[in-house]
Design a protein around this ligand. Structure first.
Ligand SMILES: Cc1cc2nc3c(=O)[nH]c(=O)nc-3n(C[C@H](O)[C@H](O)[C@H](O)COP(=O)(O)O)c2cc1C
Length: 435
């Protein structure tokens, strides 16, 4: 059952028995968008027409950066001299983010149909789904769904008698967060170590095997069939905030709310409504302390900042943060913010791929200083030292934005909650256990 403020588009079959099977997907209108493009209105739906409809929808990439999807697709060269690839980023590993996992396990056909439509828009015959290795059930369900789609003639040669071809295969990662970064993902998909590439050239020009490639998130692809079926304008208007943020968005809400989970709400919904109405509010007797709005690498909001925040790309930018992947972490006043920050820093130090010195060394230093604070073994100038070296970590000093993610995830917490870090330096009680 939908929670207050939910508008279920992508999640329309969520919770139904066997929602992952093609029968349930087709019963709810699944693969109708593909039929519309290839059979019913085949003269209308040129590749450019598909891209224009996606542009109209104001769909922005749901993997974190929020780049407009139609625009990204329009960057792929039109000629046919090289193969083109459609790649789905299903590596989801950002702490706090767990929405794609549900799509893979419960609703894989939406993503598959979206990828086939992307293939038609980009004149591509091949797609790959790069899955986080730990998503074993998701991988099994996606594999089964691909087989179902081949059996029904939605994948393969001569799709629905149209003469069009699209093949789809899965690839399982080996548990590295950096392989969610699109160029590291492509390296890994080519069988190499998952180290990010320098951009430009961007994947649209030189991606998989040096060929034009689009890399999009699971949720991004899953929105596409609905846009084709009901129209880009319809989708855009589902958003209730800034018009540039069209449609609905999945939020994976964790932390101190009564009903954590995955919710689909219109972009632009006030953050407070999501926390207090959709998610049932905070635990009894507790007050809001902070919210991490879009996964661990998005700058934290204090309770005061969260008061009037809206869940769209522009609303978050106004507050100096990002909507990111929609991994919303709610922290109440019982949270030990130093411990919370240390755990984020531990994750990043562990996951830095090591290719660039500022990131490899910097993420470890951040962890080390926070470990000293946490152990009541730091000097007050250590907090300033941490803030000063994080200034040299991101900002274009590295190949990919991983170092920026460390800085954005950690320094706003230290700056906004500094008295709590200072208080740790005064105390002498036992060191917290575990990492
Ligand atoms: C360190 C790092 C990790 C990332 N992890 C993911 C991920 O797990 N899933 C994802 O879709 N995008 C991830 N991204 C963003 C991708 O690089 C890319 O922007 C995205 O897949 C594009 O798809 P979209 O336009 O549909 O959002 C990550 C980026 C960075 C820098």
């Amino acid at each position: 059952m939908a929670a207050p403020h939910e508008v279920r588009v992508i999640l329309q079959d969520f919770g139904k028995p066997d929602s992952h099977t093609i029968g349930v997907y087709e019963a709810g209108g699944g693969y109708k968008a593909l039929k519309k493009i290839l059979v019913e209105e085949k003269d209308k739906w040129t590749p450019d027409a598909i891209i224009e409809e996606v542009k109209k929808s104001n769909l922005r990439g749901r993997g974190g950066a929020g780049f407009p999807t139609g625009l990204k697709w329009s960057f792929l060269p039109k000629g046919n001299d090289k193969p083109k690839y459609v790649v789905c980023n299903a590596d989801e590993s950002e702490p706090g983010t767990f929405k794609d996992r549900y799509l893979l396990e419960e609703l894989p056909h939406g993503m598959i149909e979206g990828m086939i439509i992307a293939g038609l828009a980009l004149n591509s015959n091949h797609g790959f789904i790069y899955l986080r290795g730990e998503f074993y059930l998701g991988w099994q369900r996606v594999e089964a769904a691909i087989k179902e789609a081949y059996a029904k003639g939605y994948l393969g040669e001569n799709i629905l008698g149209s003469g069009k071809t699209f093949h789809l295969a899965t690839f399982r990662g080996a548990g590295a967060y950096i392989c969610g970064e699109e160029t590291a993902l492509l390296e890994s998909l080519e069988g190499k170590r998952g180290h990010p590439r320098l951009k430009p050239p961007f994947p649209a020009v030189k991606g998989l095997y040096g060929c034009p490639t689009t890399v999009n998130n699971v949720e991004t692809f899953a929105a596409v069939p609905h846009i084709i079926l009901k129209g880009g304008d319809w989708y855009a208007k589902l958003g209730v905030g800034d018009p540039k943020s069209g449609g609905t968005k999945l939020f994976s809400v964790s932390g101190h709310v009564k009903n954590p989970g995955v919710y689909e709400v219109p972009l632009g919904l006030p953050l407070k409504k999501l926390i207090y109405e959709t998610c049932g509010g905070l635990r009894e007797g507790r007050k809001l302390k902070a919210v991490v709005p879009g996964g661990s690498s998005t700058p934290i909001l204090t309770a005061d900042e969260a008061e009037n925040a809206t869940l769209d790309y522009e609303g978050m930018a106004k507050l100096g943060t990002m909507l990111g992947s929609g991994g919303l972490i709610v922290l109440d006043d019982s949270t030990d913010i130093v411990e919370f920050t240390y755990r984020i820093a531990y994750f990043y130090a562990h996951e830095s791929c090591g290719q660039c010195t500022p990131c490899r060394e910097g993420s470890r230093w951040v962890q080390d200083v926070l470990a000293r604070v946490r152990a009541h073994d730091a000097q007050s100038e250590d907090v300033d030292t941490l803030l000063s070296f994080t200034e040299n970590m991101g900002n274009g000093t590295t190949i990919c934005p991983f170092a920026d993610a460390v800085v954005m995830g950690v320094t706003p917490i230290v700056k906004k909650f500094r008295p709590e870090f200072e208080a740790y330096l005064q105390r002498t009680e036992a060191v917290p256990s575990g990492t």
